[in-house]
Design a protein around this ligand. Structure first.
Ligand code: SF4
Length: 297
């Protein structure tokens, strides 16, 4: 079987996954935080599945689970290493009906093969080469500057939804200086949504997550970007905001439904509802995540 699921993803909705490297981890990174075992980076998927076999599997799964919202191209590693990705995407578009196609990529190999995908998720953990080598541990020939300039050119051509994921590792890319540089790059790339997270599963190497409180604090360094904080264990103490404080928070950047649920106290949520009723805040859906945005007065 090349498909798995459905899986209910908070970030993208009810999803059926396609695994392009079902037999062995095949990735051109060896990230310290990877939930798979550490492995030497490679740019080859050995014995990749045939497009026709994937499509046959997927049709069977869709018959069993017609309610899924998203078909996710992923792999035991990096799905863009799959040589027939363009053909696969074209075949998926023929059968997807009302579903969206999503790819979860590390962002190292962005190409025109991704242009016809509905939602492209790329990762960007670092703005500097030193950090990139420490966290993502890429194949030797991969250059961060090229990767970033490819992301910028892709974003200019891409007509669908671009999501960038930033994963913070304690003591490595959680310093304000690195984050401000990532923020600047994100403004150049111009994604529709940024998912900010930390380690939440046993990592391949000895590294630690940043705390949820720190994640929330660091999220404030991203200015005017639709950041969605990914968190499994929201902090117990919630923030009590006044209406004006909520407007100030939202004017710095839109807040996702997850952030509101995790960080806003009951009274803050009530104020937010009032601001929506008064037409000062609006709700928008970006790639399956609800965001709250301040409307200009
Ligand atoms: S890019 Fe993804 S699959 Fe590859 S090593 Fe990093 S976390 Fe693991």
């Amino acid at each position: 079987m090349y498909t798995f699921g459905p899986i209910n993803s908070r970030r993208f909705g009810l999803s059926l996954g396609i695994d392009l490297s079902p037999n062995i981890k095949s990735c051109n990174y060896d990230c310290v935080y990877c939930e798979l075992e550490g492995a030497k980076p490679t740019n080859i998927i050995p014995n990749p599945p045939l497009v026709e076999d994937i499509i046959k599997d997927l049709k069977d799964s869709l018959n069993l689970h017609p309610e899924v919202e998203v078909i996710t191209i992923t792999s035991n590693g990096e799905p863009t290493l799959y040589k027939d990705l363009k053909l696969l995407v074209s075949e998926l578009n023929k059968i997807k009906e009302d579903k969206k196609i999503l790819i979860l990529s590390n962002g190292s190999n962005v190409s025109d093969a991704l242009l016809d995908i509905d939602i492209v998720k790329l990762s960007l953990d670092c703005a500097t080469k030193k950090c990139f080598k420490k966290i993502d541990r890429p194949l030797k020939n991969l250059d961060l500057e090229n990767i970033i300039s490819n992301m910028i050119s892709f974003s200019q051509k891409f007509k669908n939804t671009l999501v960038i994921e930033v994963l913070l590792v304690e003591g490595v890319n959680d310093k304000e200086d690195e984050i401000k540089k990532i923020d600047k790059l994100l403004h150049d790339i111009k994604p529709h949504r940024v998912d900010l997270g930390t380690i939440d599963r046993p990592p391949a190497y000895q590294v630690r997550a940043v705390t949820q409180e720190r994640l929330f604090e660091l999220s404030k360094l991203f200015i005017d970007l639709p950041i969605s904080i990914i968190h499994k264990n929201p902090p117990k103490i919630k923030e009590k905001f006044s209406k004006e404080e909520i407007l100030t928070v939202l004017s710095r950047r839109p807040q996702s439904q997850f952030d509101i649920d995790s960080f806003f106290s009951k009274s803050s949520k009530d104020y937010l509802d009032e601001l929506i009723d008064e037409g000062r805040v609006e709700k928008v859906n970006i790639a399956g995540t609800i965001f709250f945005k301040k409307l200009s007065s």
